[in-house]
Design a protein around this ligand. Sequence first.
Ligand SMILES: [Zn+2]
Ligand SMILES: [Zn+2]
Length: 259
Amino acid sequence: MKLTFAGTGSAFCTAADNFQSNMILETTNTDTGKLARMLIDCGTDARHALHHLGLWPKDFDAIYVSHLHSDHIGGLEWIALSNYFIFNQHRVDLYVVDELIDPLWEHSLRGGLEVSDRGDRKLDTYFNVKPLSATGTFDWHDAHITILPVDHIVAEEGKMLSYALFGQTPSNRFFITTDAIFDPDAHMGYYRKADIIFQDCELGPRRSGVHAHYDELKTLPDDIKAKMWLYHYPAYAKPDAVADGFCGFILPGQSFDLA
Ligand SMILES: [Zn+2]
Ligand SMILES: [Zn+2]
């Protein structure tokens, strides 16, 4: 199993050589023996990020949605319409937690997708919707994946969760935090269990309060930092993460073997 970062940038990253933090998980389809490919989040610039890697919407079997910010779902209309009209109605399994399905359609996608060739289109016109329990697990070929609700925005008026992934392959345990605040109490159990951690990390003088900041992550125990890779960073100059005990900042296009 291989994980490739189509981009490693934040929502607002405008670096010419980077894209939003969407990932591609590849493994062998346990039924057909062919390559299976899952896109983990599909942001507004996925069109360019995937083209950069030579991939098209038809090249994916599955998409996972972590939360509804546009750097994670803004490319779904493009995927839906491309597959429906250009790629012979190629259907992708859309893995998304129950709580997000209605808002994903009603608040994000319906405006652009309800009327296409007919006026009664729904989310399942375009995708094989695979509802997931927000605290459940699912199996995708040789990966057993646990969904972890993590705090992303905590405001007096409300809270926005993101749905992180803890994956187990026959020989590897990986933790993808997705967008999350610095919350070591909530995450430490998974930090400890994981062989490799892919960690949301913001940089720079402004702390948004909705992502873990590099200076906060530096306070983690050395043994955790030693298996932690950093992504979802803005286009600031990067500190020397290796000198600070991390594995480093992930570069756009970088792949990890999770077999
Ligand atoms: Zn994001
Ligand atoms: Zn977000």
